[in-house]
Design a binder for this molecule. Structure first.
Ligand code: ADP
Ligand code: MG
Length: 315
């Protein structure tokens, strides 16, 4: 009898709950689900190895009151698994110095996917720095460096390796705030692994890569530190084209064909060659680059250490 009574009570409660659920209006829309038909292209923002990024107006009301968003799609459909991986990475990242994920847009067929992010009107450091050189002093450049390190420290604490840190992938929110973007090559490392071994052949940004990446195709958190050093070099030259990492290398080692360039780059790095100090770069800052460029990953400074240095240099 007690059991029957108990069952009756459960049934009653269940019916009440069902009733309550009906009373709550269903969630009208998923804010991360962007409908293709409301996405209006304004212009192309940029293009990298794999993707194209466009400025779009998302205007569901159709009265031009919508919001501006940056939309990344792929040049070729067969890269779609890469974009899916990028999306699954970026949607879990929450940091001041990391570009904000807004949602996705699925094509009608569902084969193509687009990544919707916040739009940063000033573009990447590569476009921004040469254009605004006269208004940006050295101190400001060091602030950018510090912010990149803070974003990278967070990324590492979430066990990700970026693998494509370069000025072209740092976006400018305003004159005093930059954010890391482009997680297209970012890999997750499991807690018990120290590094990620790349298996696929890809068009890799070799001039930003540490020796272990070029030789063994191994990427550690410390490999991101090396790339940061190269990015810092770019920043200190205001992303001057004539002083870009590929230019500096080719001026020193000379131009050659395909595979040979890679072999010569590796050879030079192993012999201890490093990019020289840019003319206008203070010794104190160049010495940070050199700390990022220790041959052995374990001898390099880490992002925590760099944050301390930049904070010290900025006081
Ligand atoms: P890829 O993976 O093809 O390199 P990126 O994500 O690096 O693509 O984007 C390519 C370029 O598009 C960037 O260098 C930058 O100039 C521009 N861009 C990317 N995302 C944004 C954004 N959220 N806001 C403004 N410009 C952007
Ligand atoms: Mg890029």
């Amino acid at each position: 009898r007690a059991i029957v009574r108990e069952l009756g009570r459960i049934k009653e409660r269940h019916e009440k709950e069902l009733h309550l659920m009906e009373a709550i209006p269903p969630q009208e829309t998923d804010p991360t689900d962007f409908k293709r038909r409301f996405l209006k292209k304004i212009r192309k923002l940029g293009e990298g190895n794999f993707g194209t990024v466009e400025l779009c107006l998302y205007d569901p009301k159709g009265d031009q009151t919508g919001e501006l968003v940056a939309v990344k799609s792929l040049k070729t459909e067969n890269e779609s698994s890469n974009l899916r991986r990028e999306i699954s990475t970026i949607r879990n990242l929450y940091h001041e110095n990391i570009v904000k994920y807004k949602g996705i847009c699925n094509d009608e067929g569902g084969t193509n996917i687009r990544l919707i992010m916040e739009y940063l009107p000033s573009g990447s450091l590569k476009e921004y720095l040469p254009r605004n050189k006269s208004n940006i002093d050295k101190k400001r450049l060091l602030h950018y460096a510090l912010q990149i390190c803070q974003g990278m420290e967070y990324l590492g604490s979430e066990n990700y390796i970026h693998r494509d840190l370069a000025a072209r992938n740092i976006l400018v929110e305003n004159e005093s705030l930059v954010k890391i973007g482009d997680f297209g090559l970012t890999k997750s490392i499991k807690d018990d692994e120290e590094y990620y071994k790349v298996t696929e052949e890809q068009d890799s940004p070799v001039y930003w890569y540490a020796p272990e990446c070029l030789i063994n195709r191994k990427f550690y958190k410390a490999s991101d530190v090396w790339s940061f050093g190269v990015t810092l070099h770019e920043i200190m030259t205001y992303c001057d084209r004539d002083n870009s990492p590929p230019q500096v290398f080719l001026q020193t080692i000379g131009r050659s064909q395909g595979q040979m360039t890679m072999a010569r780059l590796v050879d030079a790095l192993e012999k201890g060659w490093r990019m020289p100090r840019p003319d206008s770069c203070p010794e104190m800052v160049y010495s940070q680059m050199l700390r990022c460029w220790s041959h052995a990953p374990e001898n390099r400074v880490d992002f925590k250490g760099l944050i301390k240095e930049f904070e010290y240099l900025l006081t």
